[in-house]
Design a protein around this ligand. Sequence first.
Ligand SMILES: [Zn+2]
Length: 120
Amino acid sequence: MHELSIAQSIVDIVGQYVPPAEQERVRTISVRIGAMAGVVPDSLQFCFTAVIHQTPLERASMEIEHIPFTVSCHSCSCTSETEPGIALCPLCGSADTEIASGTELQVVSIDVDEELTGAS
Ligand SMILES: [Zn+2]
């Protein structure tokens, strides 16, 4: 399953920034997912929960920020949201566009508790 390996790599990224001893203090992991990233957010959320089960990250939650697919048009200089995968400018119909957003799949922040506040 695609999302499972993505969830695993998110956990790996957290591991690169947060030492193992501090991982149980991780509260929120924010990720940004573009409409064209090919990820089903619900499925990723589900896989993430499975991956962190019985690890120091078990109490962390993942926050998903959805990024719409947008193209910026060279003909009319507009950036507009459009149907994922269709790189035509929705305003003037030009195909002279480039993808402005929507392909992201990145960890944007890791929120770690200052102190370990009692076990819940
Ligand atoms: Zn245009």
